[in-house]
Design a protein around this ligand. Structure first.
Ligand code: HEC
Length: 168
């Protein structure tokens, strides 16, 4: 009886510990992008603006590229390649006509959030960048789609695969 109770105590203390190890070091979770295992960075809605952009039909979106502090520091110093730890996020919204002012366009519903994370060793085969694509907070692109990110971004290899320039 005592032994059984002791075993139970040992089990109860071990299980949460083992679960936390599995979660921290386990394979990509449901919240991470296929291939790259990139998740939505915490607090990106508070990050600094690098530049806005517009996308014509059929997507017809308003966009804003923002970056973490490592990204902003690199932009300000004109540093290339971007250092490891750089994270760039592209936010996007449907275009909406302002209800108050006909000529004004404002953000409608949020559409996608795209992320690029610099880790030159982990993502060596894709120019040092890991990619992710989210919709409603969940990764929403399959492997085939995720394989399109690198070849297109690689067109601007001279700018370390980053299209967006700092808005003047
Ligand atoms: C056909 C070309 C193309 C493909 C494919 C593409 N992108 Fe981009 N991406 C761009 C362009 C052009 C920009 C510049 C901003 C804009 O036009 O919205 C951009 C901007 C970005 C940015 C902001 C940093 C930067 O480089 O300007 C991120 C983050 C991003 N894309 C992520 C992705 C992810 C993730 C995928 C794959 C799911 C992807 N992109 C696929 C062309 C592409």
């Amino acid at each position: 009886m005592v032994l059984a109770a002791l075993l139970l105590v040992v089990l109860l203390t071990c299980v949460p510990y083992l679960v936390s190890i599995a979660l921290a070091e386990g394979p990509a979770t449901a919240d991470a992008s296929p291939i790259f295992g990139v998740t939505i960075p915490a607090g990106y809605k508070q990050w600094e603006l690098i530049a806005p952009a517009e996308e014509a039909a059929p997507l017809d979106e308003l966009r804003a590229v923002v970056g973490n502090q490592v990204a902003i520091d690199a932009y300000q110093a004109g540093k290339l390649p971007f250092p490891d730890g750089t994270i760039l996020v592209k936010r996007a919204w449907k275009r909406k006509q302002s209800p108050e002012f006909a000529s004004a366009t404002i953000p409608g519903a949020a559409t996608t959030v795209q992320v690029m994370v610099k880790d030159s060793r982990r993502y060596a085969s894709t120019g040092g960048w890991g990619f992710a694509h989210f919709q409603d907070g969940k990764p929403s692109a399959d492997e085939t789609f995720m394989k399109t990110c690198f070849p297109c971004h690689n067109q601007v290899k001279a700018r370390d695969l980053v299209f967006t320039l700092y808005a003047p």
